[in-house]
Design a binder for this molecule. Structure first.
Ligand SMILES: [Zn+2]
Length: 91
């Protein structure tokens, strides 16, 4: 496992009608862990929602959720997360 580069996908959540607080709960239940800190590398903010991201160096259309802060969820540029913190969501 390693840090990987990811980007936000704002479209999939809307398309699936997922609410970001429910996404966060889903993540916490699956991992059996309360997410306190934003999972974006170097970010010191508290987690505020479940973000939907994709691996920016991958051609796959897989989407993942990861707990992040609202600031990181609005980024258009790449950021890094620990790969083990991702949960794959089914298409
Ligand atoms: Zn953050």
């Amino acid at each position: 496992m390693a840090f990987i580069r990811v980007k936000n996908d704002k479209i999939t959540l809307k398309k699936k009608l997922l609410k970001t607080d429910e996404v966060l709960k889903y993540w916490e239940n699956k991992k059996d862990e309360n997410s306190i800190m934003c999972k974006s590398r170097y970010c010191q903010n508290n987690t505020s929602l479940g973000g939907c991201i994709f691996k920016s160096d991958s051609k796959s259309d897989k989407r993942y959720i990861v707990p992040i802060c609202s600031e990181c969820s609005n980024k258009n540029e790449e950021f890094e997360v620990w790969e083990n913190d991702l949960i794959l969501i089914n298409n």
